[in-house]
Design a protein around this ligand. Structure first.
Ligand code: ZN
Length: 366
């Protein structure tokens, strides 16, 4: 089954499941005069709402790209996940407020055995359902489903605390609903913040997954005619929709048609294997001994710069008398320009007949 269908199926199941819980809990809560159980019902209602948002988000994000949004609508999913996270946060804050009031003014609640059994069944059901939703979310890489699953799990703990408090109040005459509620609402708030952080990270633009970028470079490096692969940049337009670029090193004396065959194969293979649209940039590398010697002498200076984490694309044009290379500089470096200027000066000092061009690459990926 494809991703969209799984998300919608699980969300519809969630809506039905939560609406049933809402009905049962509302009846039990009203009969027992328990604000904790009524709140729990409200919380389940907000879960059903979150699942409706997930369905709408998934439907909208599956829209085909058009002239105005040529990269598609995939990022809508991050926005719907953020809304779900805000709902979780809201539920947490509401629960905290009510529990705080309860701690200060405990109210006696009257639980019947039937009510306790219904709550117990709801706890187990919600726990199992949360696990199921989260597993499906991990399987199809849906932040919204993972968020919903995590939320259900937290909810089941919250309901469990209501149950424990109810048992204690029934058999020991001690009201603990309030304090337990405070502790658990703090957990719900934390879960909401965590989900929000993750989805906002995706919207702002996260560092590409290191394992993926390392694997991409390795795969490209192994292709015929490629001497090196660097500077992978990936832009994510929603789950499993990435566009990016890579720079490869090829022998300086290759012809355009030879290079064309290489870049064409890289673009096709990477698209087929990873579903990523990659643009390929070219570095010419000369492999003669003189160049190797120059590279060694010049790059020996790099040991002075703790923020330089890589160097590549060393090229010497002996006719036009210029040397160029790229330095990958960490984001911690106080000034990118200063490093480039100093290295340029050192290069020209070592080889006074040449003009040096030092390009700075930002540390976009591993
Ligand atoms: Zn580069």
């Amino acid at each position: 089954m494809d991703r969209e269908k799984v998300i919608i199926k699980v969300s519809v199941q969630g809506i039905i499941f939560n609406v049933i819980l809402v009905i049962f809990k509302a009846i039990v809560g009203l009969m027992a005069n328990s604000i904790a159980i009524i709140l729990d019902a409200v919380n389940n209602l907000s879960d059903a709402l979150a699942q409706i948002i997930t369905i709408v988000g998934t439907k909208l994000s599956a829209k085909e790209p058009d002239k105005e949004h040529p990269y598609g609508y995939g990022r809508i999913e991050y926005i719907s996940s953020a809304i779900v996270a805000v709902l979780v946060l809201f539920a947490g804050v509401t629960a905290l407020k009510e529990s705080a009031v309860k701690t200060i003014h405990p109210e006696p609640a009257e639980y019947t055995v039937a009510a306790l059994i219904i709550i117990a069944v709801a706890v187990v059901a919600k726990f199992l359902f949360g696990r199921y939703v989260k597993a499906q979310g991990v399987k199809v890489d849906s932040q919204a489903l993972i968020a919903t699953g995590t939320d259900s799990f937290m909810d089941s703990i919250l309901s469990l605390s209501t149950l424990v408090a109810a048992l204690i109040s029934k058999f020991a005459g001690l009201s603990l609903e309030g304090i337990l509620g405070v502790i658990l609402s703090l957990f719900i708030i934390k879960a909401g913040i965590d989900i929000l952080k993750e989805t906002l990270g995706s919207i702002i633009g996260d560092r590409a997954d290191g394992e993926l970028t390392v694997a991409l470079k390795k795969r490209i490096r192994e292709m015929d005619g490629v001497n090196g692969a660097y500077d992978v940049i990936l832009h994510d337009y929603g789950p499993s929709r990435s566009i990016g670029s890579v720079h490869i090193e090829v022998d300086a004396n290759m012809t355009a048609d030879e290079i064309h065959l290489i870049t064409d194969r890289i673009m096709r293979d990477i698209y087929d294997e990873y579903g990523i649209v990659l643009t390929v940039g070219i570095y010419a590398s000369n492999t003669d001994e003189t160049t190797k010697e120059m590279r060694k002498n010049i790059w020996a200076n790099l040991a002075d710069y703790e923020h330089v984490i890589g160097s590549h694309a060393f090229f010497v044009d002996f006719d036009r008398k210029y040397i160029s290379y790229d330095l990958v500089v960490s984001h911690k470096a106080p000034s990118f320009n200063a490093i480039a200027e100093e290295m340029k000066a050192k290069t020209e000092e070592l080889y006074p007949d040449f003009k040096a061009v030092v390009n700075i690459d930002h540390d976009y990926s591993d």
